[in-house]
Design a binder for this molecule. Sequence first.
Ligand code: ADP
Ligand code: MG
Length: 283
Amino acid sequence: MKPEEKASILIEALPYIQEYAGKIIVVKYGGNAMIDEDLKQAVMEDLLLLQLNGIHVVLVHGGGPEINEMLKKTGTESHFVNGLRYTDEETMNIVQMVLCGKVNKDLCSLLGGKGIGLSGLDARLFEAVPHTDDEQTDYGRVGDIVKVNPELIQNVIDQGYIPVISSVAGGQDDGLSYNINADTAACKIASALKAKKLILLTDVKGLMEDPSDESTLIRKLKVSQVPALIREGVISGGMIPKVDCCVEAIRQGVQRANIQDGRVPHSILIELLSNEGIGTMFC
Ligand code: ADP
Ligand code: MG
């Protein structure tokens, strides 16, 4: 590529940098899109590039595959209830160890001195109560966030750092730790910070009308169209909390929410700083 062509690619980003500079972008990263080390490096490079251009980034992460691996190694039994991992005390200890320890610090160390690792337990960022449903099912230490105290995150942003937040919360009334779906945690923090954009990275292209056919990707969706898609059964499994989060974030004042393919290297830069869009945009 000629130097002029490289320059024109860089200059394509200028209006987008101007639009997002000084604003907050919340990125959720997790699941299978986090296993590949090269991809992980590429995601962290995207965040660093944004941050160095004056765009405030907050990273929220899960880590299902790493938790599974540690449960296996320690011989801890775990089972799923209605799609959620039943989390007993022993499992919660492992979830906290893996997410707040290993995964969180690994991500921070890839951020070249710009990352600060936190969890929902720090400064009571996330307060939770036990998750319930209409049938009063017991999910153990799976929690629902009922309060967000984002002051520390704002301070960390103001100091020029990237907060890296693991999806563990503190019990509102009992001082225990709770396991939180990372999409939900990202939505809550994006709403509390009035972020300009919420990006959910996952291991598929986005929301599809037929999950087995990538050509059915839905590129743009109004939140008012979502209930019909849920009724029709188009949205299922791990896609349900993602879509719910996007809808809630938009209702809470986040301008845009995007579900996109974390397996595409530099997909965050493509979405934010180029004329190309990627994935499914909620507005
Ligand atoms: P993550 O680890 O990123 O949270 P999940 O496995 O929880 O990923 O959720 C993404 C999964 O949701 C996809 O891998 C896919 O199997 C499933 N899914 C269900 N319905 C859809 C749909 N309509 N479009 C795309 N993916 C869907
Ligand atoms: Mg998920």
